[in-house]
Design a protein around this ligand. Structure first.
Ligand code: UDP
Length: 241
């Protein structure tokens, strides 16, 4: 009954998912609840790597609209993801989940550098690996990072956690009450319809590498577990048609 459908997954947590009601910064209760949900699935034997965003602290685009050079603003965004990653690491370790943070930009006093084979070894040992610093390059996002790392570590699926939205809709359900939810989609549809699921670079990378994505509501406790046990919640985006 509790056999997980997937063995190795990437969980994408946007910065917003850590911010709670305030919409910015890190909410300690929210991060504890996320840590508990992650622990539940680690206990099922699923290998979990987490890619953490930074939008709750800083987004490159916002900075560049205020006159900061875009590449510099993006590096600031990558640093924001490191802060979030350390907070998540702390929350997980406080409930006895073993973790390693790996950064795409070296900061040895703070975390390990990203080394693919080492990340895989940690996962095999049951540690949660948190990928911080995006992919280390400006003009990318943590969605792109999720696609890239999923391909690299051969994750079977990307779980994209959303706040208070239970999948992909034809339009923003908070603004358009008639918007309909998709149960399944393809990356091509996302690209053609301009659906705001992930950016186009990330969608293309997932499509080209045939990596499925499940968009689901993380605000409902226990949902990571439900998704991994194969319950049909959220929207499944298929790698190929
Ligand atoms: N970022 C980047 N390269 C990466 C990943 C992230 O430059 O590989 C920067 C970019 O400025 C981005 C910010 O980090 O706006 C925070 O990441 P993101 O917007 O993906 O976070 P989320 O929306 O998931 O909270």
């Amino acid at each position: 009954m509790s056999t997980p459908k997937y063995k190795r997954v990437i969980l994408k947590l946007s910065g917003e998912a850590l911010a709670g009601e305030r919409g910015y910064g890190i909410d300690a209760n929210v991060i504890q609840s996320l840590a508990k949900q992650i622990k539940e699935v680690v206990e099922l034997g699923v290998e979990v790597a987490v890619v953490v965003g930074g939008g709750n602290i800083w987004r490159g685009i916002q900075g560049s609209s205020r006159g900061i050079d875009r590449a510099t603003a993006d590096y600031m965004g990558m640093l924001a993801t490191v802060m979030n990653s350390l907070a998540l690491q702390d929350a997980l370790e406080s409930i006895d989940v073993q973790t390693r943070v790996q950064t795409a930009i070296e900061m040895r006093q703070v975390a390990e550098p990203y080394i693919r084979r080492r990340a895989i070894r940690h996962l095999e040992k049951g540690r949660v690996v948190i990928f911080a610093g995006g992919n280390g390059n400006p003009f990318f996002s943590t969605d792109t990072t999720s696609a890239l790392r999923a391909a690299e570590i051969e994750a079977e699926v990307i779980l994209m956690a959303k706040n208070n939205v239970d999948g992909v809709y034809t339009a923003d359900p908070k603004k358009e009450p008639t918007a309909k939810k998709y149960d399944t989609l393809t990356y091509l549809e996302i690209l053609n319809k301009g659906l705001k699921v992930m950016d186009s670079t990330a969608s293309s990378l997932c499509m080209d590498n045939d990596i499925p994505l499940i968009v689901f509501n993380i605000s409902e406790e226990g949902n990571i577990r439900r998704v991994l046990l194969g319950e049909q919640i959220g929207t499944l985006v298929k790698g190929s048609v």
